[in-house]
Design a protein around this ligand. Structure first.
Ligand code: AMP
Length: 205
């Protein structure tokens, strides 16, 4: 089972990806999480990516593609994997076609006006990567014990750039995968549980 989760920043891809990956016993591959870990460790790749990420822009395709090619060779990808935040450009999708066969693409759809509100209230755990929203989570502790923080690129000024990057470069992937007959569309403007149920229904069908 090889799948992709598509959707704008703040659509809930990370949250849904964890549930789907656990349900199907496949690896969850978040290129955003991988990049943040490279930045934290101060690797050359992390140093190159940081300036783009801080500005809300996409990291160059060749950097991402090299990282993903290595990642899918890891043993935990043997049963399959779920990409979260990759591919984000047609060029990335075209290279992906050459290296593996994707079975399903789930597009989580959320209107722009809801994204800003969702992202600006988002808090993340530095230890396990879990995300919470301030409206439903009191305090600053993760269930794993980590202290929640706000991602730099979740601040209002950067969010607008990320949404613009999505419309300019990523949204075209919806048609790209629809034409291949691989696309499932899900309404993401609902509770986490309702979205999870709709995804499960679509995948089971
Ligand atoms: P995310 O956690 O998926 O929202 O990603 C955070 C940031 O990492 C994005 O705003 C981009 O700067 C970068 N990034 C993550 N995945 C990709 C990708 N597939 N292509 C280019 N940049 C990416």
């Amino acid at each position: 089972m090889k799948m992709i989760l598509l959707g704008p920043p703040g659509a809930g891809k990370g949250t849904q990806a964890k549930g789907i990956a656990a349900r199907y016993g496949i690896a969850h591959i978040s290129t955003g999480d991988m990049l943040r870990s490279e930045v934290r460790e101060g690797t050359p790749l992390g140093r190159e990516a940081k300036a783009y990420m801080d500005n809300g822009q996409l990291v160059p395709d060749d950097v991402i593609i090299g990282m993903v090619k290595n990642r899918i060779q890891q043993p935990d990808c043997q049963n399959g994997f779920l990409f979260d935040g990759f591919p984000r450009t047609i060029a990335q999708a075209e290279v992906l076609e050459q290296i593996t066969d994707i079975d399903r693409v789930i597009d989580i759809e959320v209107p722009d006006e809801r994204l800003i509100e969702r992202i600006s209230g988002r808090r993340m755990c530095p230890l396990c990567g879990a995300t919470y929203h301030v409206s439903t989570h009191a305090g600053d502790k993760c269930s794993c014990g980590g202290t929640l923080y706000q991602r730099d690129d979740d601040k209002a000024e950067t969010v607008a750039v990320r949404v613009r990057e999505y419309h300019r470069k990523t949204e075209a992937l919806i048609d790209f995968y629809a034409q291949k007959g691989k696309l499932l569309r899900v309404n993401g403007d609902a509770t986490v549980d309702a979205v999870a149920e709709e995804i499960a229904r679509e995948l089971d069908a």
